[in-house]
Design a protein around this ligand. Structure first.
Ligand SMILES: *Cc1c(COP(=O)(O)O)cnc(C)c1O
Length: 426
């Protein structure tokens, strides 16, 4: 596969300049063709070999309803992490049977919401299993295990191993089994999620083996879900290579075939990719409003604060940045070492610190590449800034607004007027 997988017609019939002129800045822009390609790569991860295989899209990466509709059209089902995600998935047309609720420390009400909507539920601790048993005795439940190994690009996204809050550890199997008996539960699935963003499949495959071993302890299994975490190369400009999906597919199929040959069980195998599906179909566009020198540093001041894009501040993520803008005069410096910052009143509001980029000036437009995953879904109103609009470049190359920019009125929408407050107290 081509290492530089960014299509050169990403913006279709339009340009970043035209997009910001029409929809204002900052702006998330998605490309439908890239999204569909990534969906198909996940749906067809296993080489044709007669497996019952399903990719669940983990919608916390990006839950724009229009993108969800496309993802569903491509045959993916979905993971939800909250009642809100179940609600949004249903709004996008997912059937309850196509949703898997992977709860973590959920309340009775949240668990009931999923059960009442006939959405499959996974629990990730003995106490949540007991809670499920009390609410839904005789019901079907999936168990999330922590195999003791994890992966991830940053400690904050390693979701299995010896130092995370997720999953049941195997030493609790006896109590888990007692609880299952007590409440007459059926364990319909096993799942795990080792962490987010791996580009080397070795630990993932080790995790697959471990979960398959655990499957021997459960008779009624309908599915085994190996989790997500498939990474994308964020530094394509530095030659970072793609995850080798062909190799991953072949190795996974080998392991599963061997297991099936021994166990003869008809079980569905699942994965839960989030980032891989949506990261590369998205670019975040923003404007440069200021440029200054300060104590030896060159600062590029933009409207791309961490309210719009949190990954840099939260994980130290370095995304490729493209500069769209001026024509450079022949004797101008072509590149510069700069620190790109946002407009939030915090010193930590830094997109990248000391990176060599094409020379940038006020009025230029920056494109944060591969921003489709954990971009908009983590945007906030911090500093009372408005969450950005989202635009989709369709298969024919034309742009379409798929979420309006927030308005100032949205900022005060949820404040409860005095009359209502006194009425509630009475
Ligand atoms: C977030 C999450 C995923 C998706 O992770 P990616 O790294 O985006 O693929 C899958 N499963 C669970 C349980 C998650 O919490």
């Amino acid at each position: 596969m081509n290492n530089d997988s960014r299509p050169n017609n990403f913006y279709g019939v339009t340009t970043p300049q035209e997009l910001l002129a029409k929809y204002d800045s900052p702006l998330y822009v998605y490309n439908e063709s890239v999204l569909r390609t990534r969906c198909r790569e996940m749906a067809q991860l296993l080489p044709k070999s007669g497996f019952n295989f399903q990719a669940d899209y983990s919608c916390k990466a990006n839950s724009n309803v229009e993108l969800l509709k496309i993802i569903r059209e491509e045959g993916l089902t979905a993971d939800a992490m909250s009642p809100g995600e179940i609600f949004v998935l249903c709004a996008a047309g997912f059937q309850p049977s196509e949703i898997f609720y992977i709860g973590n420390n959920v309340s009775d009400t949240e668990m009931r919401y999923a059960i009442d909507h006939q959405v499959a539920v996974s629990v990730d601790s003995l106490s949540q299993l007991q809670q499920f048993g009390k609410i839904n005795p005789g019901g079907k439940v999936a168990l999330r295990f922590n195999p003791g190994i994890g992966v991830g690009h940053h400690q904050k996204v390693v979701t299995a191993g010896k130092n995370t809050k997720f999953g049941i550890t195997t030493d609790h199997l006896p109590e888990v089994k007692q609880c299952i008996e007590k409440y007459h539960l059926k364990v319909c699935g096993l799942n795990q999620h080792l962490g987010s963003l791996f580009l080397d499949d070795q630990v993932f495959l080790e995790g697959v083996q471990k979960l398959l071993t655990l499957a021997n302890d459960f008779e009624d299994l309908e599915f085994i879900d190996f989790g997500g975490g498939m990474g994308v190369p964020y530094q394509k400009s530095q030659g970072q290579l793609r995850l080798d999906l062909l190799k991953l597919g072949i190795h996974l199929a080998d392991i599963l075939s061997q297991w099936k040959a021994v166990h003869h069980r008809d079980i569905q195998f699942k994965i839960e990719p989030g980032r891989y599906v949506v990261a590369e179909c998205g670019v975040l566009l923003g404007r440069v409003h200021a440029k200054k020198e300060g104590y030896g540093k060159t600062y590029i001041g933009t409207d791309l604060g961490f309210n719009v894009f949190a990954r840099a501040v939260l994980y130290g993520a370095e995304h490729d940045i493209e500069v769209y803008g001026r024509q450079y005069s022949p004797n101008e410096k072509k590149t510069e070492i700069v620190t790109v910052v946002g407009n939030i009143c915090e010193s930590g509001d830094i997109l990248t610190d000391g990176r060599e980029l094409p020379a940038i000036g006020v009025g230029d437009i920056l494109g944060i590449m591969d921003a489709g995953a954990y971009g908009m879904s983590m945007a906030s109103n911090y500093n009372n800034r408005l969450r950005p609009a989202e635009v989709l470049i369709g298969m024919d190359g034309t742009p379409r607004l798929i979420r309006r920019r927030e308005s100032l009125e949205d900022l005060v929408r949820n404040f409860v007027p005095q009359e209502i407050q006194s009425a509630t107290v009475r």
